[in-house]
Design a protein around this ligand. Structure first.
Ligand SMILES: NC(=O)c1ccc[n+]([C@@H]2O[C@H](COP(=O)([O-])OP(=O)(O)OC[C@H]3O[C@@H](n4cnc5c(N)ncnc54)[C@H](OP(=O)(O)O)[C@@H]3O)[C@@H](O)[C@H]2O)c1
Length: 333
């Protein structure tokens, strides 16, 4: 079968499209014939060996795939050949077949195309947790959204604009095409991070922030919440636009790790909230997110992903890392 290998940890140069044997099926596994595989920033992190280099290379990359069950192991109950499913393995999804334990499977509703499904189970779960149980966004909150045209960002914007009546959003992205999309999705203000200084722009939109010791408890200017999946230099600047007692959700590092110096905003009472979906496994909120996504898939207009051939993995990951892709990126297998 065709597959994309990570030959060694590091840059996209280490990706190789080649031949692999069809996976052996264990009695407690299901074999999925893959139609589409999804790309997430987590694939870039895995390729770079973050958070772990424990898996010996080479191995087949890919952590989400949709397709149809081709075979079911002898110990597996409740899953049948022909079912449309999404698999979320820890690797192996960038291939024509993937064998997974049923705990890593979910049904794809009949009404949802396989390529569109990939945008939701992981990315929307992330966006859901951040908006609801973590940041607890309320009507009237002003929100700053970095990488707003990305896989997670676009869904966070859609939740804020479709599920709330009055949550003004300022959305950041790096191209005019992305800014146009964000406007069309309801962003109240858009900022091009490459051509504009986002701190200046946010303070122009919502006024200068009352900050520091002298300002006491005055809550003026800036935003109530920043959703920051990029980190890097923005860890040195976001606090300048987050108002007193605001929330700073940090959920990723697509611009690098960055440095956070809390002494800069020590008198502003900003709550710094590093986020991970992993931390919600097995909680009631996990079930809430599942129900939210299920309802969304049935009732909302779904994202149309950018689709590339699996053979273009290397070029596509490079474009993804340069911030040149929009929304969800998937591969036709
Ligand atoms: N904590 C969790 O549980 C969790 C779960 C899922 C995802 N995540 C994180 O969420 C973030 C988004 O993931 P995603 O898969 O949806 O990726 P994505 O947002 O589609 O892609 C990353 C985006 O980051 C932006 N970016 C800003 N500064 C950048 C820079 N210096 N270099 C490269 N890109 C830069 C780019 O958009 P612009 O160029 O338009 O700014 C780029 O499109 C990632 O950091 C990921 O690790 C976290």
């Amino acid at each position: 079968m065709k597959a994309v290998f990570i030959d060694d940890y590091g840059s996209a140069d280490n990706l190789r499209y080649g031949e692999a044997p069809k996976p052996d099926l264990k009695p407690n596994e299901v074999l999925v014939k893959v139609d589409y595989a999804g790309l997430r920033w987590g694939d870039v992190m895995q390729r770079n060996g973050f958070p772990s280099r424990a898996r010996p290379t080479p191995f087949i990359g890919g952590q989400e795939a949709t397709g149809v069950i081709e075979r079911v192991g002898s110990e597996v109950r409740n899953w049948q050949e022909g079912m449309r499913v999404m698999a979320t393995p820890t690797g192996g999804a960038f291939a024509e077949y993937v064998a997974v334990h049923p705990s890593r499977l979910q049904r794809v509703p009949d009404s949802v195309p396989l390529e569109q499904m990939l945008a939701y189970p992981v990315n929307m779960r992330t966006a859901y947790y951040m908006v609801y149980p973590w940041a607890k966004v309320q009507e009237g909150d002003r929100v700053l959204l970095h990488a707003a045209a990305g896989g997670v960002g676009l869904l966070a914007l859609q939740i804020l604009k479709r599920k709330f009546k009055d949550v003004p959003v300022v959305a950041i992205a790096s191209t005019q095409e992305k800014l146009d999309l964000l406007k069309a999705e309801g962003a109240d203000h858009v900022i091009n991070r490459k051509t504009q200084n986002y701190v200046d722009e946010v303070l122009k939109i919502w006024g200068p922030k009352a900050q520091g010791f002298q300002a006491g408890g005055l809550q003026q200017g800036g935003v109530d919440v920043s959703f920051n999946g990029v980190s890097g230099d923005t860890l040195g600047t976001d606090w300048q636009v987050i108002r007193k007692r605001g929330r700073w959700v940090i959920y990723g590092f697509s611009a690098g790790r960055g440095l956070l110096d809390t002494s800069k905003f020590g008198y502003d009472g900003i709550t710094v909230m590093p986020f991970s979906s992993i931390a919600w496994f097995g909680t009631p909120e996990y079930e809430d997110a599942t129900a939210f996504i299920g309802e969304w898939l049935e009732t909302q207009e779904l994202i149309q992903p950018q689709i590339h051939p699996l053979a273009d993995m290397q070029a596509t990951q490079r474009a993804f890392e340069r911030g040149e892709t929009i929304g969800k990126v998937v591969f036709r297998v």
